[in-house]
Design a protein around this ligand. Structure first.
Ligand code: ARG
Length: 467
């Protein structure tokens, strides 16, 4: 820290040595990040305590100065926690707000904290710590969502519903199986989260401005103290790198996209026309004009949050593209995108977990829909292959004619008289009726990962052992 005597009153206390006057008001406004980076205060203080402790251990600062610094930082932490701390925009960012307060509290010893450090490695550290913690929270939240789905899947391992492709009735499936599709999706999201935590588990502090430092620091010591696996290996990359933020955002964007697809299904399924589910009062709203309505607002907002999260990813990718190494101030624009995406994702996962736990499944409606639209036509074709020895293409053609007949008569496949089926293909016997029900259809699909209740239960057990 400048000693003050050579400084004009209005120039910056931290870097104002060569400046005759302070910044223009607009400069101050565009430059300041304190409005949002104050969120990093706990990480900043933790990082500074680790740094000061290492400096003293290495004999770079005295033990007395280190004690004063640590004590002062503890005081500042409780001031900020309690809301007593006054943030100043003139001090630009969280790093300088804390350092200025430290100087006010402990005097000249505060100026020794920034030895062998720059705001470039400091901000890289603070932000990395924050993102790592957020990833850990996301991992927990996803585990909760997966657990909710596992419970519903277990409850409804036998509940038959229509499976769709192109949103047209395709083949009967079980609701349990459909739930387990989301378990797979959120399971992959969680695996990406875990991988990202591993990936970013390196400590930036000690890279200094970009070139490292001549002071005999111990980066392994600070890495260990801050819970990182090891220090980063290239000081230039360390202060230029925001991959951890980009990885967080891309993971968040993919997870939000999954949540949005689920939200869309909830919106569709809760319409009177589908009527597959009934949302709880806790996760729906009424209309101020139409008393009969119950709107799936929470699902709609989850669907919409995806737009914000995906936007944040594109925004930060665009900030980073074309930046020369090493640090550029552009990178200050990384935080708001991550903070906003993190808040949106947290809220979306929480709302979705609540909805999945609360929703009423209308098994009767699902089953009725599963039987409509000739959903067991493939079962008929498969039966012709298996029992009558037809090549699948021929079986497909025969089945197409059976469906056309049922359509013409306005009945289901199972309601067609045997004689009329035999008129289309003489190999058909009355055993065929056994595969035309939706229950028989799902029970037959025992291939690994298939929709048969027995198979779904196996997959539930597999996930339970890993959740
Ligand atoms: N507030 C800055 C940021 O968020 C801290 C790093 C400033 N470094 C610098 N060389 N001006 O990026």
């Amino acid at each position: 820290m400048a000693d003050g005597s050579s400084e004009t009153k209005s120039s910056n206390q931290m870097w104002g040595g060569r400046f005759a006057s302070g910044p223009d008001a607009i400069m101050e406004e565009i430059n300041a990040s304190i409005g949002f980076d104050k969120k990093l205060y706990a990480q900043d203080i933790r990082g500074s305590i680790a740094h000061a402790t290492m400096l003293a251990h290495q004999g770079i600062i005295s033990a007395e100065d280190k004690d004063k610094i640590v004590h002062g930082l503890d005081t500042i932490l409780s001031e900020i926690d309690s809301g007593a701390f006054e943030f100043s925009r003139r001090l630009e960012d969280i790093h300088m707000n804390i350092e200025a307060r430290l100087a006010a509290l402990i005097g000249p010893a505060a100026g020794r904290l920034h030895t062998a450090r720059s705001r470039n490695d400091q901000v890289a550290l603070d932000f990395r710590l924050w993102v790592k913690e957020e990833l850990q929270k996301t991992e927990k939240a996803l585990t909760g969502l997966i657990a909710a789905f596992l419970d519903r899947a277990e409850e409804h391992a036998e509940t038959v519903m229509p499976g769709f492709t192109h949103l047209q009735t395709a083949q009967p499936v079980t609701f349990g199986h459909h739930c387990m599709a989301y378990v797979e999706m959120f399971g992959r999201d969680r695996a990406r989260v875990r991988h990202a935590i591993e990936h970013m588990d390196e400590s930036p502090i000690g890279a200094a401005a970009l070139a490292g430092t001549g002071f005999p620091i111990d980066r392994h010591m600070t890495a260990k103290a801050l819970g990182f696996r090891e220090p980063t290996r290239n000081s230039i990359d360390t202060v230029s790198d925001r991959d951890f933020a980009l990885e967080f955002l891309s993971i968040a964007a993919i997870a939000a996209t999954h949540l949005s697809r689920l939200a869309e299904e909830i919106v569709i399924w809760s319409t009177p026309q589908f009527g597959f589910i009934r949302l709880s009062d806790a996760f729906s709203t009424g209309s101020s004009i139409m008393p009969q309505k119950k709107n799936p607002d929470a699902a709609e907002l989850v669907r919409a949050k995806t737009g914000r999260v995906n936007g944040s990813l594109v925004a930060l990718l665009t900030v980073m593209k074309g930046l020369p190494l090493a640090y550029s101030k552009d990178m200050q624009e990384d935080k708001e995108q991550v903070f906003d995406a993190a808040e949106s994702l947290e809220l979306a996962i929480a709302a979705m977990t609540g909805m999945i736990r609360d929703v009423t499944i209308r098994a009767d409606r699902m089953k009725a829909a599963a039987g409509s639209g000739y959903s067991t036509a493939t079962d008929l074709a498969d039966w012709l292959v298996r029992e009558a020895g037809l090549p699948f293409r021929d079986a497909h053609n025969v089945t197409g004619r059976v469906v056309a007949l049922a359509e013409q008569k306005g009945c289901d496949l199972a309601d067609l008289p045997l004689a009329e089926l035999q008129a289309i293909n003489s190999a058909i016997t009355d055993k065929v009726y056994g595969v035309l029900t939706v229950e028989a259809s799902v029970a037959s699909r025992t291939s690994f990962g298939g929709t048969a209740p027995s198979e779904v239960r196996k997959q539930i057990a597999w996930w339970r052992a890993r959740n």
